[in-house]
Write a protein that binds this ligand. Structure first.
Ligand SMILES: Cc1ncc(COP(=O)(O)O)c(C=O)c1O
Length: 354
């Protein structure tokens, strides 16, 4: 607390990202990064970008990147917005599209950055409880609202919501913006991007941090109607003209274009996930269905805090959320390589034996 702080700063409860330990030799399964490096085409593009041209500002409109994203989904470039990670894109979404008289709706168990943005921008919100099975029930969102946002698949549960349910929601909810945060969609969840030409109030956000292995580059995007995108551009141009630097642009374009590498690595993650779920079941874990590059799993008898700290003693880090109490028995485990899965299963086998 300081007398020099603006009022709003006193009231902020900032987001706490997963730990990024400065230790080597860790099996790091706590922040949903991709275990595989980015496409070799990305590395090539980044090297080519390391030239004298860095003295010049990048393109404020990121036209090359928007074109690559538009081409991926058969959209027009003016239906695409890009930012410094999807967290920045989401921040602009909250400010530009989700601050209204009526409250914003999101699930009670979801990405914990959403209430943080509400605090930052003074947005009123209401949380809608997930079902007993931790599922989003779109019926429960059938009330007057100032906007709706949730991830699909949801985080930290990993549970995918079928596209037909999203369309059901969109058919009924025409008076406010519906944002589907598809950070993890490429690991086996149906995308809503194909619906944006039908529903002018639908905005879909994506990141290059997960399925395109570029968490370190910080690139995310939103696709939606021209009307929604224009609001985001207005906020961005009142905040930072150059959120995508020259490296980010070059690397992200190459990543979007290397579809073969993208498909190969995401399919490998899905295969590893399915095998890991089976191995965990054999050890007495119950895992929620996952359409993501992570799983949410609990042991029938062993305490999650204890398991987390014992895994840590063996240099394996997973994520545990203390609250709300409903999710306290669960561990959120990022899918790594097959070799990392084996280390995890060997460690858990030892821990559970003692
Ligand atoms: C649901 C969800 N949305 C968005 C993000 C933000 O990703 P990034 O800022 O790396 O694009 C995350 C990151 O973990 C996430 O879990």
């Amino acid at each position: 607390m300081s007398k020099f702080w603006s009022d709003v700063v006193h009231k902020l409860t900032p987001y706490v990202p997963g730990e990024q330990p400065k230790l080597n030799n860790l099996v790091k399964l706590n922040t949903n990064e991709n275990p595989y490096g980015p496409s070799p085409q990305v590395i090539k593009a980044l090297k080519l970008e390391a030239t004298d041209s860095l003295r010049l500002y990048p393109d404020p409109n990121s036209d090359a990147l928007k074109a690559a994203i538009a081409q991926t989904y058969q959209l027009n470039a003016n239906q695409v917005f890009v930012g410094n990670g999807s967290d920045e894109v989401l921040a602009h979404v909250f400010q530009a599209l989700l601050k209204h008289d009526k409250p914003l709706f999101f699930p009670d168990i979801t990405y914990s950055f959403y209430p943080v943005y509400c605090g930052l921008y003074g947005i009123e919100y209401k949380t809608i409880p997930l079902s007993e099975n931790f599922e989003i029930e779109v019926e429960d969102y059938r009330q007057a609202n100032g906007g709706i946002i949730f991830p699909n698949p949801n985080a930290p549960t990993g549970i995918p919501l079928p596209l037909i349910e999203i369309e059901r929601l969109l058919k009924r909810n025409t008076e406010s913006v519906v944002v589907i945060d598809e950070a993890y969609v490429d690991f086996g969840t149906e995308s809503a991007v194909g619906l944006i030409n039908q529903y002018p109030n639908l905005l879909v956000t994506h990141t290059l941090s997960k399925a395109r292995s570029l968490a370190g580059l910080r690139v995310g995007y939103a696709v939606g109607s021209i009307e929604l995108i224009e609001a985001l551009v207005r906020v961005k141009d009142s905040f930072n003209s150059y959120p995508i630097d020259r490296f980010a642009s070059a690397g992200a374009v190459a990543a979007m274009q290397d579809v073969e590498y993208f498909d190969k690595t995401r399919n490998q993650v899905i295969t590893t996930r399915n095998a890991l779920i089976q191995d965990l079941t054999n050890l007495g874990f119950e895992t929620l269905p996952s359409g993501a590059n992570f799983i949410f799993t609990k042991h029938q008898t062993h305490d999650a805090v204890d398991l987390t700290s014992k895994l840590r003693e063996k240099n394996i880090i997973v994520r545990h959320f203390q609250s709300p109490s409903r999710i306290a028995p669960y561990l959120r485990i990022t899918i790594g390589t097959d070799a990392q899965s084996k280390l995890l299963i060997d460690a858990l086998t030892q821990i559970l034996r003692n």
